[in-house]
Write a protein that binds this ligand. Structure first.
Ligand code: PMV
Length: 320
């Protein structure tokens, strides 16, 4: 059967950076994110007996299919299937540039592949399956605010939605730096290098549960300022631990710092705006529905910013 699934990317407000187990892709800590409607991936999977190997076409180009073998092999094993798959995937935003394309991509793949194989999985099972492609993908199975559990075992490391009165009130302004060019260091390798060599990695592991507790309390209370403050501080701590690795991991460009200064300036003028950055130079700004356009106008003119998008909370992954 041929199945197409759609998933939205998500941006972490409390980051995942480091694994407890790289074979099972178990995160060292939990994390918390917002799924975004403006960044989507559509993936079609067809298991075809005529194929001698998996085939992956990403944004119109045939690429190495080994990167999706972890998810496809698990689906085949559990469905009792020996057939290879043809997978076609399309992002409506730049791939592999720190804009979370692996999150939406592997979430859409997990849903489309399990359905195409006739494997019935509940949301937790789908989330744990997507995690084998990319840790952040476990969160993109769900819409809105999402909590990822560190989980002690394969089946326990899944994500789940977190209800909050903030859901309809927030926006994420995405400032693209440098045209969304592919990043030089994949997050998978970079977080492992941080774990192995950064003197701040241990401090990072101690910090995350505290930040998660603050963020969850803010979500429950509808306290955007508290959520924004912890999100920006947590992102800076993640980057600090990566920058302290030996040799250092740098994702920022001059425009990244200029954006951070601009956002501080906006806050000094009373605007609700807080920044977060992932494995790339782009800056994503958590703000309100009413202030999103003002934030967009302010960051659009920062030198080095090539595009700005406003995203609202996105929906759960679904079959198209
Ligand atoms: O899911 P991965 O392996 O691409 O790692 C994601 C890492 C960050 O985006 C930097 C943080 C996160 O929690 O999404």
């Amino acid at each position: 059967m041929k199945v197409t699934a759609r998933a939205c990317a998500n941006i972490a407000l409390v980051k995942y950076w480091g694994k407890r187990d790289s074979t099972l892709n178990l995160p060292a800590t939990g994390s918390l994110s917002l799924t975004l409607d403006a960044l989507t991936t559509e993936t079609t999977v067809e298991f075809d007996p005529a194929l001698a190997a998996d085939v992956l076409e990403l944004d119109g180009t045939v690429v190495d299919a080994r990167r999706i073998a972890g998810v496809l092999d698990r689906v085949r094993l559990r469905a009792g299937l020996a057939t290879f798959a043809r997978v076609t995937s399309r992002n409506d935003f730049p791939t592999a540039s720190g804009l979370a394309s692996s999150a939406s991509g592997f979430a859409a793949l997990a849903l489309a592949a399990s359905r195409a194989a006739g494997l019935p999985l509940d949301d937790k099972g789908l989330s744990a399956l997507a995690r084998h492609g990319s840790g952040s993908a476990a969160r993109s199975i769900f819409g809105g605010f999402v909590r990822m559990r560190a989980g002690a075992t394969d089946a326990e490391a899944y994500a789940e939605p977190v209800p909050s009165p903030l859901l309809d009130k927030v926006r994420m302004v995405i400032a693209i730096v440098g045209g969304g060019a592919p990043k030089s260091k994949l997050s998978r390798d970079a977080m492992e290098h941080t774990r192995l060599t950064s003197p701040y990695y241990r401090a990072w592991l101690e910090l995350v549960p505290e930040d998660l507790a603050i963020a969850e309390a803010a979500l429950a209370a509808g306290d955007l300022a508290s959520l924004g403050e912890v999100a920006e501080a947590n992102a800076l701590a993640m980057h600090a631990s990566a920058m302290a690795a030996r040799p250092a991991i740098h994702y920022w460009q001059p425009a990244t710092l200029a954006l951070l200064a601009e956002i501080r300036g906006l806050r000094e003028c009373g605007v609700s705006a807080w920044a977060t950055m992932d494995a790339g130079p782009h800056v994503k700004i958590l703000t309100t529905v009413d202030e999103a356009e003002r934030v967009q106008a302010a960051v659009r003119v920062v030198d080095g910013v090539t595009a700005v998008t406003i995203a609202a909370a996105g929906a759960a992954a679904s079959i198209v």
